[in-house]
Write a protein that binds this ligand. Structure first.
Ligand SMILES: N[C@@H](CCC(=O)N[C@@H](CS)C(=O)NCC(=O)O)C(=O)O
Length: 233
């Protein structure tokens, strides 16, 4: 039995973390026996991050490590895809995980109107008198990282314009079928939909949360993937 440790459900999403949601989707797709364990403290896990799986006492971190493990056990997340489709899939995954994901981070951590709600939801376990102090340092670190990455230097309007190009590219594929590569969910759906869900579910409205929540195609897609692969407990 595999134990998957992930951040708990939040804001109506399968998990507070897009990568945790992705790992849950992969487990469902792989069809292996597994059980979910929620944790809000990633510090003792590989690289200080979640998700991670524990199999026969061995811990494997990172949603990509989990994908590789499941594939080694026989899972095929891209059944029926051509090599050309697989190369497009790789690009979509990078776009979601290494670009759109940072917009989720910035929407939640950088915006003074959003941050207090995020802080109190993510760090509810820290007693209130200490919460501001501890999370202030974490927030500064995140902002420093985003400044170095570059997106942290853009205004919300500039970020919307950047992210919009990705959202349109995703929508174009969805005109062709219910999932990114046709009738069945593939690895790309397990990676892309959670990030879109993260953008949509930021609990205080931002330019990007409105952009995604007002988009009927993207909204139906997020819900369709979660209905097929998600769980909320
Ligand atoms: N590349 C990792 C990324 C995982 C990740 O960034 N997890 C975040 C939550 S979305 C985390 O655990 N952050 C805790 C921290 O950085 O302290 C994966 O694919 O699993």
């Amino acid at each position: 039995m595999i134990t998957l440790t992930v951040f708990p459900p939040m804001f109506g999403e399968t998990s507070a973390s897009s990568f945790s949601t992705k790992a849950i989707y992969l487990m469902t797709m792989a069809g292996v026996p597994w059980t979910r364990e929620n944790s809000s403290d990633p510090r003792k896990w590989p690289k200080g991050k979640l998700p991670a799986i524990t199999v026969d006492g061995k811990v494997i971190g990172d949603s990509d490590g989990i994908r590789a493990y499941l594939e080694a056990q026989g899972a095929d997340f891209d059944k029926g895809l051509s090599d050309l489709e697989k190369s497009t899939s790789r690009g979509l995954i990078r776009m979601a995980e290494d670009h759109l994901y940072y917009h989720v981070m910035l929407d939640r951590w950088a915006d003074d109107a959003v941050w207090p709600t995020i802080r109190d939801a993510y760090f509810a376990d820290i007693p209130k008198p200490l919460r501001g102090l501890i999370t202030g340092g974490l927030r500064r670190n995140v902002m420093k990282g985003m400044h170095v990455q570059g997106l942290g230097r853009l205004s919300p309007e500039e970020r919307l314009a950047r992210a919009n190009q990705d959202l349109e590219a995703i929508t174009t594929r969805l005109w062709e079928g219910p999932f990114l590569f046709g009738e069945q969910p593939t690895l790309a759906d397990a990676c892309v939909a959670p990030v879109l869900g993260g953008l949509r579910s930021t609990p205080v409205a931002t330019l990007l949360s409105k952009r995604v929540s007002e988009d009927a195609v993207l909204g139906a897609y997020i819900d369709r993937v979660d209905e097929a692969l998600g769980q909320k407990s």
